[in-house]
Ligand binder design. Sequence first.
Ligand SMILES: Nc1ncnc2c1ncn2[C@@H]1O[C@H](COP(=O)(O)OP(=O)(O)OP(=O)(O)O)[C@@H](O)[C@H]1O
Ligand SMILES: [Mg+2]
Length: 383
Amino acid sequence: MTTSSRLNIGAVRYSFAPWEDPAARPLIRFDGVVKRFGDDVAVNGISLDIYEKEFFALLGPSGCGKTTLMRMLAGFETPDAGTITLEGEDILDKPAHRRPVNMMFQSYALFPHLNVEQNIAFGLKHLPGEERKDRVLDMLALVRLEGLARRKPDQLSGGQRQRVALARAIAPRPRLLLLDEPLAALDKKLRDETQFELVALQERLGMTFMVVTHDQEEAMVMSTRVAVMDKGQIVQVGRPAEVYETPNSRYVADFIGEVNLFEARVTQAGSGTLKLTGGNCPAGYEVREDTPIPPGTAVWLAVRPEKIQVTQDRPPAGANGMAGKVADIGYLGDWTTYLVTVPGGMTVRAARANAARIVERPIDWDDEVWLTFSPDAAVVLTS
Ligand SMILES: Nc1ncnc2c1ncn2[C@@H]1O[C@H](COP(=O)(O)OP(=O)(O)OP(=O)(O)O)[C@@H](O)[C@H]1O
Ligand SMILES: [Mg+2]
C-alpha cells in the first residue's frame, strides 16, 4: 500500500487518547530527567508520560538530546537528576537487560558472522524451536527479506541491513521498543510502506513504540503523539494534527512543516477575533483567536502554505489579502508551490493541491497575484 502521507496527518487511531484520561496511568514516566556530558547538558529537565500502546515520536534537530533520552530509558546511560518509572516503579537501578525495553540503535550493528535469519533469531533463544522459526519467518515477511534469509550482512545493501536490524529489535516483542531513526536508510517508497506496516504491527502486537525520526512526515503518519525537542527540552507534545495546526511557538511552527511568519501588532481584541496591523497587509489582518491578547502586543502570524490561496483576482475589501509577484514555481506532481514576493521583500510560500490535471499553467512566473488566507487559517504566536 502506498498512500501519500499528507492524507494521513493525525489520522492514526484518533480515538486513542489515554493522556486525556485523568485515571489512566502512564507506562513510562520521565520526571525532571537531566543528563550532562561534561559541561554539555544533553537532556535538560524532561518530564514526560508515555502510555501503553502509544506510538510516540521524538522530533528535533541534531544534537537536541533524542538519543540520550532513549538511552537512559533503555539503561545505557544514567541520568544526573530525575527519575524514570515503569508502571510507577523506578527502573533506574535495573540494568539494561532486566528492563522490558529493547532499543534499535541509530547505528544498528548486526552480527557480521551471522546470516539474516540468525541475526533476527538472536534474541529468541528462550522460545521453543518451532515458535522461533515461525517468529523469524514472520519478521522476514514484515521487512520483505524472505529471499535473503541466508545472506550475511556484508552481502546486503544499507537499506536491507536496516530492515534486518528492525526485524531483530521487534522479534522478541519487548513491551517497549525504542527505535532510533529506524527507517532512515530506506528509499522513499519502501519507507512509506514500512511506516504503515510498523503501525499495523504495533497495533497487532499491542507493543508500545517510541521512535526518533528526522522526518516529520514520518512522525505524523505513524505516531499517536509527537514531542518536539529543542536543546535538551521538550517544547511541545501533542497529536500530530495538534502540533501541526496549533504550534505553540515559532520554533515548533517552523520545525514541523513549512510556515510563513508575518510580523504583526494587535490593534483590537475581543469576542474571539483579533485585528492586527502588519507591513505585509496594509489593510490589516483579522484572525480568529480565542486567547485575548492585549492591543499593542507584537505577535507573529503563522500561516501554512496550503492555507494561502494564490489568485489573480483582487480579494474583497476586509479579506486578509496582500499583493505580490510570483518569483518561483515548484511543480511537485501532487502539489504546486508558489514563492511570491510581497512589498517589503518577504517571500511568501503558498501551496496548491493539483486536484485537476494541469495542462496549462494557470499562474506563471512574474505574474502579479493576490495572496489571501481566511481568519481561521492563521495561528497567533507571541514567542
Ligand atoms: N557519550 C557522550 N559524550 C559526550 N557528549 C555526548 C555523548 N552522547 C551525546 N553527547 C552530546 O549530547 C548532546 C545530545 O546528543 P544526542 O545524541 O542525544 O542527540 P540527538 O538528538 O540524538 O542528535 P541526532 O539527531 O544527531 O542523532 C549532543 O551535544 C552530543 O554531542
Ligand atoms: Mg540521535
